[in-house]
Design a binder for this molecule. Structure first.
Ligand code: UDP
Length: 339
């Protein structure tokens, strides 16, 4: 298939581009580079040995999106593009709702007009809300605790309504747990701008000496050691999950499918720190800090549905995730170059 990857220069998008090419698909990237560096593309081309066509446009621009579909022959879309910082979404709710919803509307309309009705959407385990049952199954009710999360809940609802309206659509929402790690080459990885919000990139920047110490947000949760527990999944396993979803969704009886992508294993913050120390051979200084507003104690997937329907499962351990993150971080201490 010729697959349009929105947000294809971003963290998960870029790893998925590599997996798509390896699986024999053609890829077209659309990215506005608001949160990604153009230098990613050269690295993707070097790693895949293929030219990667890139459209540097903002999908909320309906004319440009229409133009893209008029000029590229697209068979399916994987839609990663969107604003994704939880804290920023609380401060700028309108920007988040507007960007994430408008880009999706523009994309869906262009797809419909051009008879492209196979879509894989980047959703998140955040749609399970503030007090989820564990492990999280796809049948749990959805809600959110911040505007970013609500955009995921709302877009899933929109997709399910669109899928129900016309049997030619085949749509999958993939609910990611906590993506970490990097490509095995160490040339593609997560490059957050400013101070990282997420644990793994913060730990990696402490290890490489860019930051002095980590704050552990709370040690009095009802978990194995009191620190927050998450289901960390290697970004390359996640990328493989997208390829499996894309290859499966078209032959599904139902127009809309929802799959968790996680390992099913919970790992605490202190366990991540220890694993990273093993992988890097460096100490990770940390202090215990107050809980972070909006955090839940524990989150982990029941990945059984994806395992069964997609013939996919996560294969990499927390040690693999830390080793690959460390390779990327030590090869690229300041992330991607500007040019
Ligand atoms: N965390 C932490 N210090 C940090 C960032 C995160 O202790 O600087 C904790 C956080 O409280 C949570 C876990 O690490 O228990 C994962 O947080 P992250 O932001 O990576 O993912 P999310 O909370 O969105 O699942």
């Amino acid at each position: 298939m010729r697959v349009l990857v929105s947000g294809g220069a971003g963290y998960i998008g870029s790893h998925t581009v590599i997996r798509l090419v390896e699986a024999g698909h053609d890829v077209v990237v659309v990215d506005d580079f608001s949160n990604a560096k153009p230098t990613v593309v050269g690295r993707l081309e070097a790693l895949t040995g293929r030219p990667i066509p890139v459209h540097a446009i903002d999908l909320t621009d309906t004319d440009k999106t229409e133009h893209l579909f008029a000029h590229e022959q697209i068979d399916a879309v994987i839609h990663f593009a969107g604003f994704k910082a939880v804290g920023e979404s609380v401060a700028k709710p309108l920007a988040y709702y507007q960007n994430n919803l408008d880009s999706t509307f523009s994309l869906l309309r262009a797809m419909d007009r051009h008879d492209v009705r196979t879509l894989v959407f980047s959703s998140s385990a955040t749609v399970y809300g503030a007090e989820p049952e564990l492990p999280m199954t796809e049948d749990l009710p959805t809600s959110a605790t911040n505007p970013y999360g609500w955009t995921k809940v709302m877009i899933e609802q929109i997709l399910s309504d669109v899928a129900a309206s016309d049997d030619r659509w085949r749509i999958a929402a993939l609910r990611y747990f906590n993506p970490v790690g990097a490509h095995a080459s160490g040339d593609i990885g997560e490059d957050p701008s400013g101070i990282p919000n997420n644990l793994m990139p913060f730990v990696a920047q402490v290890a490489v000496g860019r930051r002095e110490q980590l704050s552990v947000f709370g040690d009095d949760y009802d978990t194995v050691d009191g620190t927050g527990v998450r289901d960390y999944i290697h970004v390359d396993d996640l990328a493989a999950g997208h390829v499996a979803a894309l290859d499966t969704v078209g032959s599904r009886a139902e127009p809309m499918s929802v799959w968790n992508l996680g390992t099913g294993q919970g790992v605490s913050v202190l366990q991540v720190i220890k694993a990273f120390e093993r992988a890097s051979g460096r100490p990770i200084p940390y202090e215990i800090a107050p809980r972070r507003a909006g955090d839940i104690a524990a989150s982990y997937a029941d990945p059984a549905r994806a395992n069964a329907d997609l013939g996919w499962r996560a294969t990499k351990t927390i040690d693999d995730m830390c080793a690959d993150t460390w390779r990327w971080q030590s090869k690229n201490p300041n992330g991607y170059p500007d040019a």
